[in-house]
Design a protein around this ligand. Structure first.
Ligand code: GTP
Ligand code: MG
Length: 300
């Protein structure tokens, strides 16, 4: 006898760099979200789709919650909360090393207002001693009524299966919303732009990653089964353009090679990737760039 199906949206929220995107990939079983050691990697909501038995778990990866300063920051934080507001279940993820260093009391107030089954997920337990873990878990549970607490290391896989089981049991009963083999809900051109942005984040430092954005401009299927993809990397200043290009074009070449390889794996087609770097001063205040990223443009 077939079990009745279940299906629902699970928003993963938490401070930046706690491992939300890493967890989405682990649950989906494929890389759909970009991950870097840098803070503020994820910029907009991304849906990754996992299945567990008769349940389809639609994971909503969100940008990290942090004190916003720029317009882009405000748009990112607003999008994270909108993801939580639309979800059936919420996972609040905490970096076990840092405890609640970055979380504000308002976070718990807002969570409580949402009134949704919420799991506390303490991640990176590979980096901390057990006693301090228990302290963090106990403290968290005094601040909010969590439906369940999980201590995981997404990197080693510890605890991830238990969490997945709980999510599968907690999403509401109902028909699956996506075909069985779909793993992400985003157009290939945005996933491809994200991959290039990841490579940029991995290679460039200080403010540069935060003052850049990547867009796919052209996607041309060729008769031989390959795809020609053209992307533009926008930066704020000429000096940044020079850094992205690197000496003799070395940096952009390395970024392009790494991105090309991964995009080809994702779409399972040979890829010809062409990257252009353009200076667009003030792109962080240009509504069009937000639309491309899938973010609401904050008025101020
Ligand atoms: N040691 C350890 N590192 C982890 C674990 N999970 C994730 N990381 C690392 O933490 C860093 C941040 O991971 P992300 O998944 O990008 O974090 P995020 O919460 O999505 O970050 P933002 O998108 O910036 O908000 C990466 O370098 C990951 O490899 C873990 O269980 N243990
Ligand atoms: Mg992320």
């Amino acid at each position: 006898m077939d079990e009745p199906t279940r299906c629902g949206f699970v928003a993963l929220i938490g401070s930046t760099n706690v491992g939300k995107s890493t967890l989405v990939n682990a649950l989906v079983g494929a890389k759909v979200a970009i991950v870097t050691p840098k803070v503020q990697t994820t910029r907009a909501l991304l849906r990754g789709i996992a299945t567990a038995g008769s349940a389809q778990i639609i994971l909503v990866d969100t940008p990290g919650l942090f004190a916003p300063r720029r317009r882009l920051d405000r748009a990112m934080v607003a999008s994270a909360w909108s993801g939580a507001g639309d979800a059936d279940v919420i996972g609040l993820m905490i970096d076990a090393q840092h405890g609640f260093a970055a979380e504000t009391p308002t976070l718990f107030e807002r969570l409580a207002e949402l009134q949704k089954p919420t799991a506390l997920i303490l991640n990176k337990i590979d980096l901390v001693a057990k006693p301090s873990l228990l302290t963090v878990a106990r403290e968290a549970n005094t601040r909010a009524p969590f439906a369940a607490t999980f201590m995981v290391s997404v990197l080693s896989g510890d605890g991830v299966a238990d969490l997945k089981d709980w999510l599968a049991r907690t999403v509401p009963a109902g028909p699956w919303l996506y075909p069985e083999d779909q793993i992400a809900d985003a157009p290939s051109r945005s996933l491809a732009a994200e991959i290039t942005r990841e490579k940029l984040y991995l290679r460039l430092h200080q403010e540069l990653p935060y003052q850049s954005t990547v867009e796919t401009d052209a996607w041309i299927e060729r008769p031989d089964g390959s795809v020609r993809i053209e992307q533009t990397i926008y930066v704020e200043r000429e000096s940044q353009r020079k850094i992205v290009l690197g000496k003799g074009g070395q940096t952009i070449k390395a970024i392009g090679a790494a991105a090309r390889k991964e995009i080809a794996e994702l779409i399972e087609q040979p890829v010809h990737l062409f990257l252009f770097v353009k200076v667009r001063e003030g792109w962080g205040d240009d509504p069009e760039r937000y639309r491309e990223m899938g973010l609401e443009f904050p008025r101020e």
